[in-house]
Design a protein around this ligand. Structure first.
Ligand SMILES: CC(C)(COP(=O)(O)OP(=O)(O)OC[C@H]1O[C@@H](n2cnc3c(N)ncnc32)[C@H](O)[C@@H]1OP(=O)(O)O)[C@@H](O)C(=O)NCCC(=O)NCCS
Length: 187
């Protein structure tokens, strides 16, 4: 497996594969995937865009992750801003990188691919904080939650509802850079 940094056009070229990985990892319906396809295509032009991918020896996409600078006017940023108090906004949103997507094909999960992708993405990210949202789940039972906790992400908002989504989400964050990352997350 090979971890690579992607430029915006690299991701656009592999958009079908990216959507396939996303659909497999999240178990989403095809209709919802088409909507996400449009979003992802537009995200690559956002300021501070950074992306990574993991390729198999045959060149297939086994996983990917991307994010960008979180700024006012972006839907996600504005939802989170509205839910935070003023000190929270100052602490988290002033100079923030959002991890927007991080997924690994189920067949490739559990071998450190997700951790390597997250480490590489955060090493390239600009900003003094990083935020992400993830569905609320049993922290011990969820692979995503265990990964984020190992990377030192703490609670920023819990049981948060985005308009149009019936699931509750947690907003998790940590400071950048990653220098203070605990040893056990260095797989
Ligand atoms: C969350 C996700 C990105 C994590 O990616 P991953 O590749 O499965 O994660 P890792 O392999 O780095 O870590 C998973 C486990 O493998 C272990 N591991 C790490 N390196 C390893 C290695 N070389 N060999 C064996 N196991 C290893 C980790 O310790 C970790 O153990 P744990 O899950 O029991 O705590 C991935 O599981 C995924 O796409 N899930 C579905 C979609 C999703 O939830 N995305 C995030 C939405 S916000």
């Amino acid at each position: 497996m090979r971890l690579v940094a992607w430029q915006p056009d690299d991701l656009l070229r592999r958009l079908d594969d990216v959507i396939a990985v996303y659909g497999e990892a999240m178990g989403y319906r095809p209709e919802l995937l088409q909507t996400r396809r449009g979003y992802i295509g537009s995200h690559v032009r956002r300021p501070g865009f950074r992306a990574v991918a993991t390729l198999t020896p045959e060149g297939k996409v086994a996983g990917f992750g991307y994010g960008y600078t979180s700024i006012a006017g972006q839907w996600w940023h504005d939802q989170v801003r509205a839910a935070l108090d003023e000190p929270g906004r100052r602490q988290w949103l002033g100079d923030c990188f959002e991890v927007v997507e991080l997924h690994v094909r189920p067949v490739a999960q559990g071998h450190g691919v997700g951790a390597r992708q997250l480490r590489a993405l955060l090493a390239m990210a600009k900003g003094s904080t990083v935020l992400l949202s993830t569905p609320e789940a049993d922290e011990q039972a969820s692979r995503a939650w265990r990964l984020y906790r190992r990377f030192g992400f703490t609670d920023v908002l819990r049981h948060f509802w985005f308009p149009g989504d019936e699931r509750a989400f947690a907003i998790l964050g940590r400071e950048l850079p990653l220098a203070s990352l605990p040893e056990e997350a260095r797989s």
